[in-house]
Design a protein around this ligand. Structure first.
Ligand code: HEC
Length: 89
């Protein structure tokens, strides 16, 4: 009986930590610029390619590929692509 209460308490604590953390992350995404998101995400697995390395059409394709590969949210990837295209002239 006592042990099951401890397990429930630990479970509740972990779940609130997870929930709080996910809310915090999505809020901070809204505050971040495309350039920031690009620097954070696109350096995670390889060196981040610069805007001039691909044409605007190819950025759409690369973004779709990396969104699936890295499980990046739609809002985030759209901000990154907007930044790549704006810097790509
Ligand atoms: C989860 C790890 C991961 C993250 C994060 C990631 N990439 Fe990649 N990327 C890869 C891997 C792995 C490859 C090699 C191709 C493959 O296996 O999909 C790759 C290949 C590429 C290529 C080569 C061309 C292509 O489409 O295959 C480009 C360009 C690229 N990534 C750009 C980006 C950009 C821009 C971001 C940020 C939005 C990003 N990557 C974030 C893992 C990642």
């Amino acid at each position: 009986m006592k042990q099951s209460k401890i397990i429930i308490f630990v479970f509740a604590a972990v779940m609130s930590a997870v929930l709080f953390n996910s809310c915090y992350v999505s809020k901070s995404i809204a505050d971040k610029s495309g350039a920031q998101l690009w620097a954070e995400h696109c350096n995670r697995c390889h060196n981040a390619p610069g805007p001039g390395e691909f044409s605007n059409t190819n950025w759409d394709i690369v973004a779709m590929h990396m969104q699936v590969r890295a499980n990046i949210g739609t809002d985030e990837i759209n901000k990154i692509v907007d930044f790549m295209k704006a810097a790509n002239n």
